[in-house]
Design a protein around this ligand. Sequence first.
Ligand SMILES: [Zn+2]
Length: 114
Amino acid sequence: MGLEDVAYSVIGIVALLLAWVTLRLKRDLLKLNDIIGRQNRRINQLLFQLSREIKNDIQKQRQSMVSFSDEKDSERIICPRCQRTYSSNEKKCPHCGARKPKVTKKDLMEWDDL
Ligand SMILES: [Zn+2]
């Protein structure tokens, strides 16, 4: 066996090794892709659930804090301390003196867009 033959053998073995490593890497990449895809779907699911829960929470909070009268454009405020209602024209609760919740009708309209 001449020196040239040895060189070719070495090149052949290296080529085989490279091919094997490439195949392994490709397989690992495919596996990773699969895992990432599954995680992405899970995250999207969680985000969707979360946004729905947040919307529900806002809805609940909104109902517990302020209710609108059917007439005119005035709003009634439900006092967070004594739970009694009063007009938003008041600076504070006329029943117990608690501060008016910092929620305006404009805020609520914007929340609707969420
Ligand atoms: Zn009050």
